[in-house]
Design a protein around this ligand. Structure first.
Ligand SMILES: *Cc1c(COP(=O)(O)O)cnc(C)c1O
Length: 507
């Protein structure tokens, strides 16, 4: 560059407005330089006299931007949320799989997209039939025939499921049952749900192999009375949050049932089992399913969730309303006036209907054989990653995993590199990190769930990056890990401060 060449200095506003470097950050509209050319420019009305007295409004500092500037600002921001459409997203326990565009196409059909929940039932027979068929598919896949599609997410499904259990105990005169069991590896929503229902939590400790043992289960079941007659139920995820199948589950559910408790299964990890086994067959009384995980409806900023519950015939009278019933060749919503045992309603109208369309589209396009292959491929992919990384990272539990694999930072930590550093390194290399520090049963966990929709190429590249990190640590090249990520607009935040003193308002 010659000495007198002029470097054009750009403001940050100018840089982003030219999309320079595809910079994933820009000022708030409020922070933009006030323009002399406001977006809306009306002449002062003639002869206007303020009649508001002291309440007269001063300059409140609204940003002066035109419609295209506003549109570009928000469209740019809408692309900054890392998603499964941007790249690999191995977030354990979240099942970030590809959302087939066929689902979207069907959900946009005017007959589905343009109906209103207050239309007379006779005018939405097709939509009700779709929901009825979805109930049927879920019943078939879980072996649990009582289905309510209404809950809006996994956590609300859990609440609906535990309220079902509570309602059943109440109507059977068993209100003295106040204790709910859950393993120490449980997802946080499990104990939170039980406590919200007024139950007391009792933890089952998982033993060295990461699974529930009969002994630890019995210890918790009979802790305060030898018949377990204070037990309302148990909440277990299978496969559990360590990605392991609970092998003692039939014996455990038998003991629970003998004690008079119900078995709630957190079905968020159903992607590992779908088409292979039915949870109803291993003793589950009620479970929720995350349509937005297993059945490919968008989540993680991409759309509302949907968490239907499925129960045994015994518990079906208590589940929330509405459910879709078939009367002759007509479909109808069943409400509390025709099923008084119900716990009531959890949600406005019928739930997230658009997600029901997407989920059924996914199931029907896969068919029974395709769904079985979903879980087989999901499990295969997770085991491939585990087998490739097992010599580089510490593997706390031996043997194959289910749909997600767990490794830890035990080896790297000796050199001062932690799970957090590795996660930040993944950001630098263009990945959404895996789930970190969860479950809490092992220190420094990294829970990796590739799902069945990831190609071998993209999994291999991820493995190469992870192996590269381990090799760098072994070679003593550890300094950079504390600086990762290097090229994101924000580097490392003071996360403790951010959590304790969140600044939610721009001034
Ligand atoms: C995702 C998940 C939930 C909660 O589901 P949401 O739809 O996020 O409310 C509950 N349990 C487990 C094990 C999960 O992975």
């Amino acid at each position: 560059m010659s000495a007198d060449a002029k470097v054009v200095e750009m403001t940050q506003d100018e840089q982003t407005e030219m999309n320079r470097g595809l910079h994933y950050e820009e000022n708030l509209l409020w922070e933009k330089k006030r323009s002399d050319h406001p977006g809306v420019d009306l002449p002062q009305p003639a002869g206007l006299k303020s009649r508001t007295g002291v309440l007269e409004r001063g300059d409140i500092g609204l940003p002066q931007v035109s419609e295209p500037q506003v549109v570009r600002h928000f469209v740019r921001m809408s692309t900054w949320n890392y998603s499964i459409d941007h790249g690999f997203f191995p977030l354990g326990s979240c099942t970030m799989k590809h959302n087939p565009r066929l689902n979207e196409k069907l959900a946009r059909l005017p007959g589905f997209a343009h109906i209103h929940p207050m239309q007379p039932e006779s005018t939405v027979q097709g939509a009700l039939k779709l929901m009825y068929e979805l109930q049927d598919w879920l019943a078939e896949l879980t072996g649990l025939p009582g289905v309510c599609l209404a809950p809006a997410a996994g956590a609300q499904g859990e609440l609906a499921g535990m309220m079902t259990i509570k309602r059943a105990h109440e109507l059977k005169g068993q209100s003295q049952r106040k204790v709910v069991l859950a393993p120490d590896s449980a997802h946080g929503t499990n104990p939170a749900t039980a406590v919200m229902c007024g139950y007391e939590m009792r933890t089952i400790s998982t033993k060295l192999d990461g699974r529930l043992s009969i002994e630890s289960f019995k210890e918790a079941l009979y802790k305060t009375c030898d018949k377990g007659s204070d037990i309302a139920g148990m909440m277990v995820t299978n496969p559990n949050t360590c990605g392991l199948f609970e092998t003692n589950i039939v014996e455990i559910s038998d003991l629970l049932h003998k004690a008079g408790g119900y078995f709630y299964c957190d079905g968020a990890n159903f992607n590992a089992l779908i088409g292979k086994i039915r949870p109803g067959d291993f003793g589950v009384d009620v479970m929720h399913l995350n349509l937005h995980k297993t059945f490919s409806t968008p989540h993680g900023g991409g759309g509302p969730g949907s968490g239907p519950i499925c129960t045994t015939d015994e518990l079906a009278p208590y589940i929330p309303v509405p459910t879709v019933v078939k009367e002759g060749d007509r479909y109808a919503l069943q409400w509390a006036d025709s099923r008084e045992t119900t716990l009531g309603r959890m949600k406005g109208f019928v739930g997230q209907f658009g997600m029901h369309v997407r989920a059924l589209a996914y199931m029907m396009s896969h068919g029974a054989d395709g769904l079985k292959q979903v879980s087989e491929d999901a499990v295969l992919n997770a085991n491939y990653i585990l087998s490739q990384l097992k010599d580089d990272y510490y593997v706390p539990y031996d043997g194959p995993c289910m749909h997600e694999c767990m490794i830890t930072d035990k080896h790297q930590k000796e050199a001062g590199v932690t799970t957090l550093d590795i996660a930040k390194g993944l950001c630098e290399y263009g990945y959404h990190p895996m789930t970190v520090y969860f479950p809490l049963v092992v220190p420094g966990t990294m829970l990796i769930e590739p799902t069945e929709t990831e190609s071998k190429d993209s999994i291999d590249r991820f493995i190469t990056v992870m192996k590269g990190f381990a090799a760098d640590v072994r070679a003593g090249d550890t300094e950079k890990f504390h600086d990762f990520p290097l090229s994101t607009p924000r580097r490392r935040c003071d996360e403790v401060k951010a959590a304790r003193n969140p600044v939610l308002r721009w001034r």
